[in-house]
Write a protein that binds this ligand. Sequence first.
Ligand SMILES: CC(C)(COP(=O)(O)OP(=O)(O)OC[C@H]1O[C@@H](n2cnc3c(N)ncnc32)[C@H](O)[C@@H]1OP(=O)(O)O)[C@@H](O)C(=O)NCCC(=O)NCCS
Length: 232
Amino acid sequence: MRLSFDCAKPRLDSSNDINHLIDMALEFGPLKRREIRQAAELATRAFDDYEYFTNWFPDKEERNRVQISVIWHEYKTTFNRVHQLAAKMDGKIVATAQLNAPEYKKPSDLSYVLHGWLNVYKAGDRKRIDDWLAMDTEAGKPCHDYQKTGPGIWYASSLTVDPSVQGIGLGTQFLAYWEQFVREKGGKQIVFFTNSRKNLAFYLKRGYEVFDEREIEYNGHIMGSWSLKKEL
Ligand SMILES: CC(C)(COP(=O)(O)OP(=O)(O)OC[C@H]1O[C@@H](n2cnc3c(N)ncnc32)[C@H](O)[C@@H]1OP(=O)(O)O)[C@@H](O)C(=O)NCCC(=O)NCCS
């Protein structure tokens, strides 16, 4: 059974005025297929200055072309296999994230091609795109390995809040929502990784703990990669 938009509002400290205000206008639920492009555009805006992309694509125009193409094709190809969640404020998508159940299987290369994946290579330099894809696999490996260590371990990715509404408690509410979502599906733990110290502090403060830490070097830039987990 899927959750509908009006059935799952995570409750936070109601004495916090800002949380109370945004809670009134916020709805959480699954993203609809027709909203995939809007979610990909939101993620592209949110990740514009993220080292995960800037180290590989320093040129902003190329970066934004590659980002929207990679994210949109990824969302399209995996849509039927993942739980793509969204938060809406007055009907507009303001946050999104993907959750993969423990039994998730990555689509085949053919499926990616059939969803138009080769167009990604029209968006930027082929070598940088291949290097970025290799890095993306390496960065996710600790979490995917960890998922094999026991039952009920869910993987989360691509948490993004629209830059116009960051810093007012939405990301915090989204974490509470995805935890509730996974708990209701019988999940025991959530894992994911981040590549920003600022985000790391954000997740640590919300009960996540680091189980793997590494550095990924590219063209003289060193990026931290922290894998996190939380028992639900
Ligand atoms: C990281 C992110 C999801 C947090 O969501 P948010 O709605 O801004 O977070 P909240 O308002 O609930 O909480 C703000 C907290 O996050 C921290 N934070 C991290 N990145 C932030 C950002 N870009 N803007 C504002 N706050 C940010 C703040 O320091 C603050 O910490 P505090 O709790 O100690 O005060 C969001 O800022 C975002 O989408 N950033 C860009 C994309 C990204 O990095 N995604 C995460 C990938 S792992």
